[in-house]
Design a protein around this ligand. Sequence first.
Ligand code: FE2
Ligand code: FE2
Length: 288
Amino acid sequence: MMNTAAATFQAGSFEHRELLARFFLDTHVDYTPETIEWPRLEEHERARLAAMSFWQEAVSTENETSNKVAAAAALEPDPEIRRAIEMQGFEEHRHARLLLELTSTYAIPVQTPPRFTPKKLESDFLSAGYGECLDSFFAFGLFALAQESGYFTRALIQVFEPVVQEEARHILFFVNWVRYRRTLLPWWQRPLYRLKCAAIICRKILSRVQMARAMSGGDGDKSKPDSDTSFTLTAADQVAKPISLHRLLGVCLSENERRMNAYDARLVRPRLMPTLVRFAHRWMPKSL
Ligand SMILES: [Fe+2]
Ligand SMILES: [Fe+2]
């Protein structure tokens, strides 16, 4: 459903609300993790998959995100947007189910995480959403590189393709929901809302920087799953052949654009990561 029309409505308008809910509900893809026919892997392929260190962290992140998103549906007075948030909660929970199916099929040891109970509905939803904006941007590039490297079999890539595209839908929905919600606030509450979002984004970026430092031999405990760090960062050196940071960022930028191009052009696009990374990519040495 590619649409190249320019933005023609105001954020927060009835048209924006309608498009926001409709785009999300109409692009839902139906699949059931428990009925997937997982491809047979040779023992060396299975062992390579099992040796990747991020499975527990991935399961924990999806579990926590699904609980935060499902709870956030209660924030919405609008029935269509509430249905869209409930749908996202269902999809996040389906990601956790899919990962549990995969890990049990290929004998990868992970523990089923306890149910996470959100305490502050809006802050938790914003935290989950901005976390996904950061992580998905890198996940898009890593997924393309994993395809290219052949580290995952083609059949496994096909199973995960709808999951990765779902994350593109989620962050697109999220940034539009934030814009819509902010526009509905009285004018004097909007600066505070922007500040709240900025504080959450800074916290998310800081946690990813700390993780990156830990991975490059700095401080931090790499072995300990932490729901506020990023399993896409930990995956970088495990799914692709060694490549320059310049190439990695270039692939992330082009994959982000390709995945977002699938949706109505009137929707606001996630801007922070593409803008920061495009700037860094333009100025960094190609050999880095
Ligand atoms: Fe997810
Ligand atoms: Fe998601």
